[in-house]
Design a protein around this ligand. Structure first.
Ligand SMILES: Cc1cc2nc3c(=O)[nH]c(=O)nc-3n(C[C@H](O)[C@H](O)[C@H](O)COP(=O)(O)OP(=O)(O)OC[C@H]3O[C@@H](n4cnc5c(N)ncnc54)[C@H](O)[C@@H]3O)c2cc1C
Length: 71
């Protein structure tokens, strides 16, 4: 799996992911610290949510939202 040097304090190496969270290995996604985002709880959790939405969307074959539609 492709890696690159980390930019955050004490994070030596991270996975090389694209904007969606995909690694170079088919079917392997990454989020949070290992994906190189800023190491704060709210950011890593948000990144996990972002990548989860992308995984669900790819599995479903269409963009996923779980919002209720306004009527
Ligand atoms: C001492 C300390 C204090 C902190 N204080 C703050 C703070 O005050 N405010 C703040 O916003 N952030 C704080 N942080 C940062 C915050 O905790 C992290 O940014 C956040 O938890 C990262 O979430 P993550 O999901 O990316 O990684 P992690 O929470 O590290 O989750 C990775 C998970 O993967 C698991 N894992 C690892 N290897 C494997 C494997 N091979 N197979 C299966 N599972 C594996 C680990 O056990 C772990 O549960 C602090 C961090 C530390 C260490």
């Amino acid at each position: 799996m492709k890696t690159k040097p980390g930019t955050e304090p004490r994070i030596k190496t991270v996975l090389n992911v694209d904007a969606e969270g995909k690694t170079n290995v088919e079917g392997i996604w990454a989020a949070g610290t290992i994906a190189g985002v800023s190491v704060h709880t709210i950011i890593t959790a948000g990144d996990g949510a972002k990548v989860a939405i992308n995984v669900i969307s790819e599995l479903n074959g269409e963009r996923y939202v779980d919002h209720d539609l306004m009527k």
